[in-house]
Write a protein that binds this ligand. Sequence first.
Ligand SMILES: Nc1ncnc2c1ncn2[C@@H]1O[C@H](COP(=O)(O)OP(=O)(O)OP(=O)(O)O)[C@@H](O)[C@H]1O
Ligand SMILES: [Mg+2]
Length: 446
Amino acid sequence: MAIFEYTKSEFAEKLHKVVSPNGPIISCEHLVGRQDQLDRIEKALYSPGRNIFIYGERGVGKTSLAATAANLWQSSDSDYIDISCAPDTTVKSLVANIASQAVKATWMTESKITEQANIGCKWLSYSLKSEVSSTDLASKIHGLSDALEILKEVASIHSSSPVVVVDEVDRIEDEGEVDLLADLLKQLGDKRVKLKFIFTGVGSTLHEILGAHRSAIRQLETIELPRLSWNARWEIAINALKAFNIDIPKEIYIRLAAVSDGYPYYVHLIVERLLWHLFEKEEEAIVVSWDDYYKALDDAIFGIEAELNRPYQLAVNQRERAYEHVVWSTCADEWQGASLQEMYSQYKNIVPQIDGVDELPYEKYTSRIRNLLKDSHGAILKKGKKKGYYEYREKVLRGYIRMQAEANRVEIISQEAKVEIQSYMRAPAKNLGYHKSVIPKGVKQN
Ligand SMILES: Nc1ncnc2c1ncn2[C@@H]1O[C@H](COP(=O)(O)OP(=O)(O)OP(=O)(O)O)[C@@H](O)[C@H]1O
Ligand SMILES: [Mg+2]
């Protein structure tokens, strides 16, 4: 069926099956480029007492990997238990929350809990019968042995293969609680309690997330999640467009992959806007054009979360327009930060791409860069680990800055990415099983 044949509601329904910029992926079918991590998680879960800790930069896909892995491991007799941490989360509140979700999941089988109560499921039957809140239950927990008892009950009542996802452990402020959690996990392992935990944490290193408590998680399988590979980036785009019988030329999907910077969020967002644009377009769309791509990019920028938009606006809305170009020049590096010299040479590539702009001399340029460390300028940069290097405070911002530059028709590609792109350009186009002429209907051929 061609895209124009859908009604608006049919289109929107199908669209959100193929792209989800605002929610995590929950099934293998839509999770691309993470097979290695899924395999590692599966093997680790087979090992008694072993749990998982997924960490990586903001927006890289941690919650999606955790949710997909949880759905694979969780037996079909129930949904997995899903907990989000907050700054005031404690082991007691966490355990009470797990118990109350387990009770809710099994509320229809109240008899099951009552039956278990007779053989010692006292905590869960208490929380079920008196309709107590999880805060009430938390206040009744004294020490780790109570917590352990509750989790044993959860394991026995919830399902045959229960999984708990604990999202963003790094948000827990009290460091003592992290140690307690580690103790609890160890005891669960020692007692062979059949409850599997998948934790996620935001940060580029384990040290950054857990500091001195790193040893506390020794018994966890740690999975560092990198940005998506180039292939995975365009697989999302190609598959989503294919669902509507639309082809995307290789040059465009490679550019989209470069601009997204490996963050699946940006790929989903641009493709979502692209599909809306193609749906609303007057002419029948069977192949994406550069014009479609740029329109989608403009729309995607408007749709970006305030959290990313605000620092960018603070950085560029200075008296001088030059700040915009200085900011763009910071986003060429691929990951580990860039030196002033490297950024300045990018800047020198940018200026000739814009009409009527004079190049800032090196000293002025570097003082603008240093201003980007200040709160008044969005504090988008921070000093890097290597002397004389600068990196992004939030790495996910780099993709947004790339999108801004690209929407202004300024191409920013690092040397590293250029080499990568050239090699992909030489390889045959990726059609993923779908092939169609790239010449639109009605276009005359010689
Ligand atoms: N492997 C993947 N394949 C396709 N899309 C993905 C993949 N991983 C994540 N996504 C998409 O990317 C976006 C961000 O994913 P997710 O919320 O899982 O990231 P996160 O690392 O948990 O982010 P945050 O740090 O903000 O919590 C979502 O739109 C999700 O649908
Ligand atoms: Mg998340």
